[in-house]
Design a protein around this ligand. Structure first.
Ligand SMILES: Cc1cc2nc3c(=O)[nH]c(=O)nc-3n(C[C@H](O)[C@H](O)[C@H](O)COP(=O)(O)OP(=O)(O)OC[C@H]3O[C@@H](n4cnc5c(N)ncnc54)[C@H](O)[C@@H]3O)c2cc1C
Length: 322
């Protein structure tokens, strides 16, 4: 039976959440095409990951070697090229992340299989496989159809699909031999460095007031800080606020900042770029204030206020008193 492969992304001893979102899509597409979904786990001492994945998918393939302990596209792509050529899956899915972005285009070049990156939806349109990509900061969706091919490679944007639940049955785990690698390698893994958490730990805060470029000027930061204090919230922000050095990096929410899970996330003057939204996937009530009714953030928020954020700041301060 033809296969749909999900490449498992893991780092520092944990499977990345985005893998389970790819599992959801993998199962869906396998159903559509009458294929069997399978996970591919590459690394060293990664059997526990395979055991976890076997609770989600009927088959998990494991390629374990000391040389695969750290991610390096040369070794990982060699392994994947080998397995793709031998097992000829119809579809191979991988998270759109630094890992997926480095791996999949190279795999496409090496195997000749077409690759669509950063997809938010994958579906059938008649007999054609179509991907939807969100472009121009979420304002436009572009639909692209693949031409005929023996197999397709797709990277999936974080938070586009809900994480899969366990399947309720134990899948099989199959060991796959690690192929020999061509040498010398052009890259070297130097180490993994966690970004410093800094004095404020927004990842643990139950209530975050988050500000974006809409704050306009560094002189307006104290207004937001004051409201945060009145609300009992911690002040966080989008990346442009950090880039301008108006707030420290430890307060940045998103893919290149922190992942947060507050009970309440109040976003003001933030457009809702996917890199930001990916950092708040696990939040409780999500409220957005933006003066642009078409801002993408309103598609993700539970409550939306189309208004000038400074009016809302003043109104809330007045309501809360001194
Ligand atoms: C590799 C990579 C990693 C990234 N990582 C992150 C990340 O971790 N976190 C992150 O946030 N971004 C990240 N980004 C940047 C991301 O793509 C967006 O550019 C960024 O999130 C936009 O920030 P923003 O919403 O504050 O600004 P903008 O997109 O400029 O939006 C500002 C919003 O404020 C609104 N506004 C303006 N004035 C007012 C007002 N007075 N009242 C109300 N609303 C107002 C506007 O309508 C607009 O919607 C990353 C980008 C890349 C390429």
């Amino acid at each position: 039976m033809a296969k749909v492969f999900v490449i498992v992304e893991h780092r520092q001893g944990a499977i990345r959440d985005a893998t389970f979102e790819c599992v959801t899509l993998g199962r869906e597409l396998a159903d559509t095409f009458g294929c069997e979904p399978a996970a591919i786990v590459i690394g060293h001492k990664v059997r526990p990951f395979a055991v976890t994945l076997s609770k989600y998918l009927p088959e998990t393939i494991i390629i374990d070697s000391e040389e695969l302990a750290d991610f390096r596209y040369e070794t990982y792509a060699t392994v994947l090229k080998d397995i793709l050529e031998k097992e000829t899956p119809l579809l191979t899915l991988c998270p759109q992340s630094a890992f997926g972005m480095e791996l999949m285009p190279r795999l496409s070049a090496e195997t000749g299989r077409p690759c669509a990156t950063d997809c938010v939806r994958v579906e059938m349109e008649g007999a054609r496989l179509v991907v939807v990509r969100s472009i121009y900061n979420g304002k436009i969706n572009s639909r692209l159809a693949f031409g005929p091919s023996g197999g397709y490679l797709i990277t999936v944007r974080a938070a586009s699909y809900a994480p899969a639940a366990e399947a309720g049955c134990a899948g099989t785990i199959r060991d796959y031999p690690c192929p020999a690698f061509g040498r010398p390698f052009k890259t070297e893994f130097l180490g993994y460095r966690e970004a410093a958490a800094g004095a404020v730990d927004i990842s643990q805060a139950p209530f975050l007031l988050s500000i974006g470029r809409g704050i306009k000027d560094v002189e307006n930061i104290p207004k937001a800080q004051e409201l945060a204090e009145k609300l009992g919230a911690i002040l966080s922000c989008s990346r442009p606020v950090v880039d301008k050095k108006w707030l420290g990096k430890e307060r940045q929410v998103g893919t290149s900042g922190r992942t947060v899970k507050p009970k309440v996330y109040l976003a003001m003057g933030i457009s809702g770029a996917f890199q930001h939204l990916a950092g708040i996937k696990g939040s409780g009530v999500f409220i957005a204030v933006n003066r642009d009714a078409k801002a993408p953030i309103f598609r993700a928020a539970d409550y939306g206020v189309v208004e000038d954020m400074f009016k809302i700041i003043d109104a809330l301060k007045e309501k809360l008193g001194s």
